[in-house]
Design a protein around this ligand. Structure first.
Ligand SMILES: [Zn+2]
Length: 371
């Protein structure tokens, strides 16, 4: 990863560049800050810069053999430690390193929950005791080709205590060619003895202007929308990614909601069946997300019908449909419709057949909308 690929954070970049240029590379560092501000991307760009054969004043060259390996996260002197989900056969990071590289390359701003839920349904994961021998072994290697071996420890707060204590020993006497960069969302959860032995780099929230630029270029958002997302994200690019993806989901949800309500009003059973099938096919989480969205739309339409427009939070597209639709949502049916939606959500959560649950609910709407 290059510094130029990182969203904002110019001050931190300058600080890191200078430390390398002035030969003041600390052997143990902690990049700490809120989730999504770019700590892992900064650690990766820093590692690449340290090992680059032709670095410039502002970045790694990006083309030397070292940079090419770093860009694939597959440099022999770059080591990763990260939380994993333990199974009968897997208890150390190396057994997951391919998946980790792939996930980080796809999104260097990925969150620890994103990562762990890609490994297993329940997101419990940690850096297990078994990892400590691996860490010691790797740090005892001679460097292969770079002047330093760099170990990035992502989420050290997830380390088992035994492992953390062994790491502490290494931090007391690091070898001259070792750079350990810890990347933490919650540094307060680290052993105080570890915190006191590392140089802390506090990474602040991403500034608004570079966040807006990034959102416009990556997601082709319009000015106002990019500014809105940047504002809500509070300087976390992971939060911004989540917001954009929810708004994409909502566009789909709105299209299905419109069809569902039109067919329900016309008592068109074939139409309803096709909408139900479309929703069903997208899976359980998506169906739950849709039902939550419909509850929101019903609430907003009821409010719109009461003409309390200042309480409305709908988007332009939602409002466009709701201006005509809202007259059908009133005090005679709003509670029952909401009840049906919540019931369906619950049953889907309990793994009742989605198609049956959704179709049953849709049929109720054909009557409720006429009240
Ligand atoms: Zn290079």
């Amino acid at each position: 990863m290059l510094f130029s690929e990182i969203v904002g954070q110019d001050a931190i970049k300058a600080q890191l560049l200078q430390s390398v240029q002035h030969n003041r590379i600390a052997h143990a560092q902690l990049f700490s800050g809120k989730q999504g501000v770019g700590k892992l991307p900064l650690a990766l760009a820093y590692a690449q810069y340290i090992c680059c054969e032709h670095r410039t004043a502002t970045d790694a060259c990006g083309v030397c053999p070292s940079c090419r390996k770093m860009a694939k996260l597959a440099h022999p002197d770059l080591h990763f430690v990260f939380p994993i989900v333990k199974t009968d056969k897997k208890s150390i990071c190396d057994q997951y390193v391919e998946e980790f590289r792939e996930a980080v390359l796809a999104n260097p701003y990925l969150t620890v929950d994103d990562w762990l839920s890609s490994l297993a349904e329940e997101k419990q994961g940690m850096i297990y005791t078994e990892e400590s021998n691996e860490i010691i072994r790797k740090l005892n290697f001679k460097t292969y080709e770079a002047p330093y071996k760099v170990m990035i420890i992502w989420m050290p707060e997830k380390m088992h205590n035994t492992c953390a204590n062994k790491l502490l020993k290494i931090l007391e006497e690091p070898s001259y060619d070792t750079v350990i960069v810890m990347v933490s969302d919650n540094p307060d959860l680290l052993l105080a003895t570890i915190r006191s032995r590392v140089q802390n780099i506090a990474v602040p929230p991403i500034e608004v202007a570079p966040m807006v630029r990034q959102l416009k270029s990556v997601y082709s958002l319009a000015d106002a929308e990019a500014a809105h997302v940047a504002h809500l994200s509070l300087g976390s690019y992971s939060a911004a990614q989540r917001l954009v993806s929810q708004s994409e989901k909502d566009q789909w949800n709105l299209s299905q909601f419109i069809l569902l309500m039109r067919f329900a009003w016309k008592s068109d059973h074939e139409g309803l069946r096709s909408v139900v099938e479309t929703i069903e096919k997208k899976g359980r989480e998506s169906a739950k997300n849709f039902l939550a969205y419909v509850q929101y739309m019903i609430r907003e339409n009821f409010i719109l019908n009461l003409h309390i427009s200042e309480l409305n939070y709908m988007t332009k597209e939602e409002l466009e449909f709701s201006r005509k639709f809202s007259i059908f949502i009133n005090e005679r049916n709003v509670e029952e419709i909401t009840y049906e939606l919540q019931k369906a959500e619950q049953e889907i959560e309990q793994n009742v057949n989605r198609k049956i649950v959704l179709f049953d609910m849709a049929l109720k709407f054909t009557m409720l909308l006429k009240k």
